[in-house]
Ligand binder design. Structure first.
Ligand code: BEZ
Length: 256
């Protein structure tokens, strides 16, 4: 999950309030269809829950995440799994894995060509790359409002500060093909995602959008989040719950 310049992940908040990330990840494990004895790389393993699910299925799993805090928490929870702190762009594996699997991470990677090259190289010939991440339009209602409030509160911002990459199916599958993959499956999914508790949107913004708000004070950040909540309550607060406008991209490609 983590591919940010500063390791400002809160691994505990992540486990306490964003467990839905791993919960939804189970669908992508079905798409991966792991087999006992396979060597699989979990890219962006976060605090390790999906890596553990694969481990329990008899997979030899290596979990990689850019965030040291996430990896520390993962290693504490699952001492028998190998976890490594590493940016996808710094991976040096060659013909090593039967599969590379990634859930809710690749939208943090703003150099997708380089990432896809590293992942392609890390696979054995015939190996598969199976991923799910934010696709075109992901969380647009939330991020549009955050940016509108950033301007209103005169917080410094330029589009390069936008920390995510949310590609369309066409764009990403073309990049996969350029990297050498045979793309066998791609789907864009509208998946409204309930957030945990009355502070669901507040916690989501605090956990995930901090790099957009780094240049301001805690007080202004709080004000911005409150304004975003007030404006979006009519659209994203439904039946007593905050629901984020997630749009997922799911892909499978094979190394030739
Ligand atoms: C996502 O999983 O789509 C996501 C998570 C955090 C920030 C932006 C997108």
């Amino acid at each position: 999950m983590a591919n940010k310049e500063v390791d400002d992940w809160n691994a505990k908040l992540y486990d306490d309030k964003h467990a839905f990330v791993s919960k939804y990840g189970k669908a992508i494990i079905q798409l991966l269809a792991p087999k006992q004895g396979e060597q699989i790389l979990d890219l962006g393993c976060g605090t390790g829950d999906l890596a553990y699910n694969l481990y329990e299925q008899g997979v030899t799993i290596i979990g990689v995440d850019k965030s040291e805090k996430m990896i520390q928490q993962a290693q504490l929870k699952y001492p028998s799994i190998k976890f490594i702190v590493r940016d996808v762009l710094d991976l040096t594996y060659s013909n090593t894995f039967d599969a590379v699997f990634s859930n809710a991470t690749l939208h943090w990677v703003k150099q997708p060509q380089q990432a896809l090259r590293a992942l392609y190289s890390s696979l054995k010939p015939g190996g598969r790359f199976v991923a799910e991440f934010g696709g075109k339009g992901n969380v647009k209602t939330i991020t549009d409002e955050i940016i509108r409030q950033i301007h209103q509160l005169e917080i410094p911002y330029s589009p390069e500060n936008f920390p995510w990459y949310f590609p369309s199916i066409g764009e990403y599958t073309s990049l996969m093909e350029e990297a050498g993959f045979s793309v066998v499956y791609a789907e864009w999914i509208d998946r409204p995602t309930p957030l945990d508790g009355d502070n669901g949107l507040r916690n989501w913004i605090s956990q995930f959008s901090s790099s957009l708000l780094d240049s301001t004070t805690e007080l202004v950040k709080e004000e911005l989040i409150t304004r975003v909540e007030t404006t979006l309550k009519g659209t994203l607060y439904q039946n007593g719950k905050w629901v984020a406008d997630y749009k997922r991209l799911r892909v499978t490609g094979y190394k030739n």
